[in-house]
Design a protein around this ligand. Structure first.
Ligand code: 13P
Length: 252
């Protein structure tokens, strides 16, 4: 029997936050006391403009700082893009790849997401690979087919549990206040766990699988105890220390 992976509560600030927002990060750092640190890892992914400042703010707090995207190449003529190497150089340790908003807004395919995950590993960053179905796909009963295809296409072979985090984010649950039932979450997370085993061998058992989509302090307790839910990827509720630490507190 493999021990459960250590949980991770990650915040994705998306395109939100000016410098003043960093006071919320500072408050999170204060609230992340030694007792909570023994129970759960915390990560905040601010917009790129705040990333180095956030890394500085979080210094010594044990809150990791990540990015929301990276380019697959290490450097070159790619105006506006940022490489994984640059993120690592700025003090970041994680990068989200393949978020549904990037898949939709920037046409990112599974192959692109996979290349970005490989870039993350090359730079020494943990890749947080996102998958999830649309509302129409869920209604059509295609959830597992869609998620399975995304996993097959986006998760590179040979990744260890230290190099990869998986996030299941049903698109219809993002920013809507809707969440799947805990039974539905259990089905998808068990499916992802099995597929990760096929793709990664024994490492698949210890890759953390986060649930994302309208996670709040009020629903985190029931979602975080679902088998194979090893934490949360939080959007809106990661913008204030009170909300985010309320979610982390379910692991106390
Ligand atoms: P919300 O928590 O705002 O629904 O966003 C989830 C998400 O997309 C995190 O990456």
């Amino acid at each position: 029997m493999t021990a459960s992976p250590r949980p991770l509560v990650a915040g994705n600030w998306k395109m939100n936050g000016l410098k003043a927002q960093l006071k919320e990060l500072a408050a999170m750092a204060t609230a992340y006391d030694s007792a909570l640190r023994t129970k759960v890892d915390l990560l905040i992914c601010p917009p790129a403009t705040l990333a180095p400042l956030a890394a500085h703010t979080a210094l010594g707090s044990h809150i990791a700082i990540g990015a929301q995207d990276c380019h697959a190449k290490a450097s070159g003529a790619h105006t506006g893009d940022i490489s994984a190497e640059m993120l690592a150089d700025a003090g970041l340790t994680h990068v989200i790849v393949g978020h549904s908003e990037r898949r939709a807004d920037h046409g990112e395919t599974d192959a692109v997401v996979r290349a970005k995950a490989i870039a993350a590993k090359r730079a020494g960053l943990v890749a947080i690979v996102c998958v999830g179905e649309t509302e129409a796909q869920r209604r059509a009963g295609e959830t597992l087919d869609v998620v399975g295809a995304q996993l097959d296409g986006s998760v590179p072979a040979g990744f260890s549990a230290r190099e990869l985090v998986l996030a299941y984010e049903p698109i219809w649950a993002i920013g809507t206040g809707l969440t799947p039932t805990t039974a539905d979450v259990a089905v998808v997370h068990a499916f992802i766990r099995t597929r990760l085993g096929k793709l990664l061998g024994t490492d698949g058992a210890s890759v953390r699988i986060l649930y994302g989509g309208s996670v709040k302090a009020s629903n985190a307790a029931e979602l975080m105890v679902v088998p194979d839910v090893n934490g949360a990827l939080v959007g809106g509720a990661s913008l204030t220390a009170a909300d985010f630490m309320g979610i982390a507190a379910v692991y106390r």
